[in-house]
Design a protein around this ligand. Structure first.
Ligand code: ATP
Ligand code: MG
Length: 414
């Protein structure tokens, strides 16, 4: 009988890959909790209208990429992203009554009907943050910091933060008008998507991936409009303030005036974080401010800002770098002492094992150097003196510590 295969654009995450996924999930909890963010899990399907209104019906996501189906005469959609769902939950559960800022984070699968390729799947995972209730640029800085901190915690460095301001609805109108005016003469030469976007969402023209369109947008008269500073004084102050905070925090960024982001709801700050080590799908994080979305979805007027990261792309970057070694391997021919020490280490949050079969010392050392970072040696001498010899299995350095003082040992090996 023919075997049934996994669907195009979807993947099994097999046991060998799980350590990376656990690592990404644990670090998310760890890092975002430090900022006072709490996890939220919303359903995987929602009313189609939530995304039409919440993501925007001029976006690629809503126009081309949604998995929509009917059930009991209701139109439902598998979530293509999680901001709309989190905002719905925020409104429905009266979270605007909580004291601001309300910081939420999430992780989970998203679904987009796209052409599968490296770094692009139809079911993929995102981890993200949404911060509600603060209009000041300090919130923008903190959200960007959360993203940067998380990436650092994953051991990812070779990344660039790109930053832009889209202005507010009023100054953006002016920009759109100028942009349309300079692009209009080239309209017949643009790709079909851009011809459609021209009236509905001219900012998205800048986001077009077609080289022919990009060549047109590189023309001097068009660049002059793009590179010109269109944003109003208030928006400009917001942006300058944010940049000042990022400078103070030592976050490096680049201004990218072509950065408009795919979703309709952004205003003022938008940002992307790109890897210098991925192919063409190099964006690992996208985010921005969306001050009108809560109100547009029927809630109280609440400013908000957030980001989402693609976990498959993070996993590709983490790759083999993940260190799965135990922290400690206890070496002893005294099973009772080895048992006690190993248990004590585990109770102190240190991963540890010992040889359950009580093999010769050399064999135990061989095993230790394969599976652990440190060998903790409890020979007859050490047991008599109530000491432990700690051997760094990378450098072969050795030091003796008192068995009494686990803190000293902890400082050495964690
Ligand atoms: P792109 O321009 O690459 O399509 P996007 O603007 O659609 O990106 P967002 O909606 O901002 O992406 O999603 C945030 C992040 O989620 C992206 O930066 C990326 O890492 C990841 N992502 C988006 N779509 C996919 C996909 N189909 N497969 C895997 N990861 C994805
Ligand atoms: Mg996309």
């Amino acid at each position: 009988m023919a075997i049934i295969k996994v669907q195009k654009g979807t993947k099994d995450i097999l046991p060998d890959e799980m350590p990376i996924w656990h690592f990404m999930e644990q670090k998310a909890l760890e890092v975002f909790s430090k900022y006072g963010a709490r996890e939220i899990r919303t359903p995987i399907f929602e009313a189609t209208e939530l995304f039409a209104r919440g993501v925007g019906d001029t976006t690629d996501i809503v126009n081309k990429e949604m998995y929509t189906f009917e059930k009991s005469e209701r139109s439902l959609t598998l979530r293509p992203e999680n901001t709309a769902g989190v905002v719905r939950a925020f409104i429905e559960n009266g979270m605007h009554r909580l004291s601001a800022p309300v910081k939420l984070w999430y992780k989970g699968p998203m679904f987009r009907y796209e052409r599968p390729q490296a770094g692009r799947q139809r079911q993929f995972h995102q981890v993200g943050v949404e911060v509600f209730g603060i209009k000041q640029p300090s919130a923008d800085a903190e959200v960007i910091m959360m993203a940067v901190d998380y990436l650092k915690a994953l051991g990812l460095n070779d990344l660039t933060v790109e930053l832009n301001s889209l202005g507010c609805p009023s100054c953006r109108e002016e920009f759109k008008r100028h942009l349309k005016d300079v692009i209009r003469p080239y309209l017949p030469q643009l790709c079909e998507d851009c011809q459609n976007r021209f009236e509905k969402n001219p900012l998205r023209l800048l986001d077009c991936k077609s080289p022919e369109c990009q060549e047109i947008y590189a023309k001097p008269e068009i660049q002059k409009v793009i590179q010109g500073d269109f944003i109003c004084e208030e928006c400009s102050n917001h942006f300058e303030e944010l940049k000042k905070y990022l400078d103070i925090l030592g976050v490096k960024y680049e201004r990218n005036k072509l950065l408009v982001r795919g979703l309709d709801y952004y205003n003022r700050t938008v940002f992307e974080i790109k890897s210098n080590n991925l192919g063409s799908q190099n964006a690992v994080c996208g985010g921005g401010r969306y001050d009108s979305l809560v109100k547009n979805l029927g809630g109280e007027d609440t400013p908000a800002i957030g980001f989402a990261m693609g976990m498959e792309r993070l996993a590709a970057l983490i790759g083999d770098k993940l260190d799965e070694h135990l922290t400690a391997y206890v070496i002893s021919n005294n099973t009772e002492e080895a048992l006690k020490l190993t248990e004590e280490l585990r109770n102190n949050g240190i991963s540890a094992e010992f040889d359950l079969t009580n093999k010769k010392f050399v064999k135990q050392l061989e095993k230790a150097s394969k599976v652990a970072k440190y060998a903790l040696i409890l020979g007859e001498d050490e047991i008599a003196k109530n000491e432990i010899t700690v051997k760094n299995l990378d450098t072969s350095e050795q030091k003796t510590v008192s068995r009494q003082n686990l803190n000293e040992l902890k400082c050495m090996i964690i």
